[in-house]
Design a protein around this ligand. Structure first.
Ligand code: PRX
Length: 567
């Protein structure tokens, strides 16, 4: 059955109670995402349906039914309880996209603990700041990531358990390390699922800002209501769909729409645990007969680069619907996809903080390639004047994207940082930190971010984090980090540095610094280019002016430089 309804009707008659009714939830009831994504689907008679098709590194295939994922969630949750993990304790998932990552997600939620998913390519420093801030009690991981955890464990007193899912009994393990092999554990048929309520915390995702350390965006179990409905209406997931979300659950897309949305609808999810390759991706679609595909502009631009010929060699006729998120989806990518796949990628705009889609190209609605679309029903969007913070009424005038608080998936705070959370609101509006304009038909067009955060391939990187890490390198005296334009990734990280006396800048130094950051932070945060300067541009008070370096990279007017030190 199709989910397509008229956007205009839906927006007129909208209430979140539509999702509540479909999910059988009433205000004040227990609501547990782990239960909704597995037990409820089994109770609906779909226990034997495939919940997960998994293709691991090297092509190893596995599949799990909804009953399998229900049992796995129970078994993992019960094991965590046996270690003393309680409701609201933070449990970090630090794994590649292996089945245990998805199954542990349910297990942690079922016992009412808070899931803290972290990208497994993070280096020890990125990991440390996030575990330290969250006061994480347990981390579920693989052997291959242990060395990073061992480096920092002594400085993390709250971290009591390191759970290794591919434990090797013959190996020596250290203090706090414990093995848990799901296949070898006795399946737990029944468990007492934690009676979480709408405002009980569920998922903690860390996101980067311009200043300070990354912030822990705290979500609650009630977020399910908007994740369920946006999945149903925008991703248009139906009973027989085979769905692929290319995002890693270390980022919000990979949990809101890579786990919660599809499983709460009882839809089969596909996971491919490998990096980008046009051919491998297309073959994956062909093999599993994927019908709905949610991806990101950088991946789409990379597919465009791989060319049209390769598409013709592979049978992609199963595809029925495509959507994209994370960065501006350029008009060329939309028209290319129409030509090559016979259908456009529908752009969706949202953030870690919003937890679910906010501005979307609703299926059935006229698409304007390059536009993010219109507000999802139930979402009130405005553009605010950057000086007065008053709503702008004039079409075509740029403003700050802001939303009226109150949708179900909205973050409830930044972990341990209520002050920063409050700063996100002005005159009763939630400020997204992006700029856009609206056209005469009510379509939003993205202009850019309102801060210095770098969006590389749909992943946010904080210049502050990279600058701080650069300063830990023995040769570097000062650093400034900005976005540099890039054809495929939209932006990449570029670093400007000055060196300490006695150091020379050459290719070896550049490579050495790049690797230093890759290991400490992640491949995403690694500068793609490092430029040596005798002096960095600074204000009279000594503050480095990133603005000037940014303008230089983007070929823009530098603007007022009257406060420059060397003026
Ligand atoms: O700047 C916007 C950009 O990504 C930011 C949110 O990043 P994050 O919290 O990591 O979540 C990404 C996935 C939901 C936004 O503030 N962004 C996201 N979607 C779009 C976008 N920029 C332009 N167009 C989009 N569709």
């Amino acid at each position: 059955m199709s989910n397509i309804g008229s956007y205009d009707d839906r927006i007129k008659n909208f209430s979140w109670s539509i999702a509540e009714d479909e999910l059988g939830y009433k205000d004040g009831d227990i609501i547990n995402i782990g239960w909704y994504c597995s037990d409820r689907i089994c109770q609906m008679g779909k226990g034997d349906k495939i919940a997960l098709y998994h293709e691991g590194f090297g092509g190893k295939e596995k599949s799990y039914t909804f009953n399998d994922i229900r049992l796995a969630g129970n078994t993992i949750g019960t094991f965590l309880r046996s270690l003393g993990i309680k409701a609201e304790d933070r449990v970090c998932l630090f794994m590649d996209r292996i089945p245990e990552l998805y199954l542990s997600f349910l297990g942690v939620l079922k016992i009412g603990a808070i899931v803290q998913p972290l990208f497994s390519a993070f280096g020890d420093e990125s990991l440390y700041v996030r575990l330290e801030n969250a006061g994480t009690k347990a981390i579920i991981t693989q052997k291959k990531h242990l060395s990073k955890i061992r480096k920092i464990i002594d400085t993390l007193p709250s971290l009591e358990h390191i759970i290794i899912v591919d434990y090797n009994k013959d190996k020596q393990y250290q203090n706090k390390e414990v093995g848990f092999i799901l296949n070898e554990a006795d399946p737990v048929e029944e468990m007492n699922i934690c009676p979480t309520k709408a405002d009980s915390p569920s998922v903690l995702h860390y996101t980067s800002g311009t200043t300070g350390q990354p912030k822990g965006v705290r979500h609650v179990h009630y977020s399910l209501i908007s994740q369920y409905l946006t999945t149903k209406w925008v991703l248009d997931l139906r009973e027989d769909d085979i769905y692929w979300c290319t995002a890693d659950p270390g980022w919000v897309t990979g949990t809101s729409y890579g786990i919660i949305g599809p499983w709460s609808l009882g839809v089969t999810l596909c996971v491919l645990d490998r990096g980008f390759s046009a051919e491998a991706w297309y073959k994956f679609i062909e093999k599993y007969k994927i019908t709905m595909w949610y991806s990101a502009p950088t991946a789409i631009r990379s597919l465009m680069k791989a060319g049209d010929e390769i598409v013709k060699k592979i049978d992609l006729s199963s595809l029925r619907h495509l959507a994209s998120v994370g960065e501006p989806l350029n008009a060329e990518a939309v028209t290319w996809s129409e030509r090559v796949f016979g259908m456009p990628f529908l752009d969706t705009y949202w953030q870690t903080e919003t937890g679910s889609m906010m501005i979307t190209n609703h299926p059935g609605m006229k698409i304007k390639p390059g536009s993010m679309g219109k507000s999802f029903p139930g979402i009130t969007t405005v553009l605010l004047d950057a000086k007065t913070y008053e709503p702008i009424t004039k079409q075509g005038k740029a403003g700050l994207i802001a939303f009226k608080p109150g949708w179900p998936a909205m973050m409830t705070t930044y972990w341990n940082n209520e002050e920063k959370y409050k700063e996100k609101f002005i005159n009763g509006w939630y400020l997204a930190g992006d700029r856009a304009y609206i056209d005469a038909d009510g379509y939003y067009w993205f202009i850019g971010r309102d801060d210095d955060v770098i969006n590389t391939g749909g992943h946010l990187v904080s210049p502050f984090e990279v600058e701080s890490a650069l300063l830990e390198h023995e040769a570097i005296s000062e650093s400034a980090v900005v976005a540099k334009p890039d054809e495929v990734n939209m932006e990449v990280v570029k670093a400007f540095i000055t060196l300490k006396p006695g150091y020379e800048f050459d290719d070896d130094t550049e490579l050495n610094i790049m690797n230093f950051i890759r290991k400490k932070l992640s491949p995403l945060a690694m500068p793609q280019e490092i430029e040596f300067m005798e002096n960095l541009p600074k204000t009279r008070s000594g503050k480095i002016m990133r603005r000037i370096l940014h303008a230089k990279e983007w070929g823009e007017e530098i603007g007022d430089i009257s406060t420059l030190e060397d003026d």
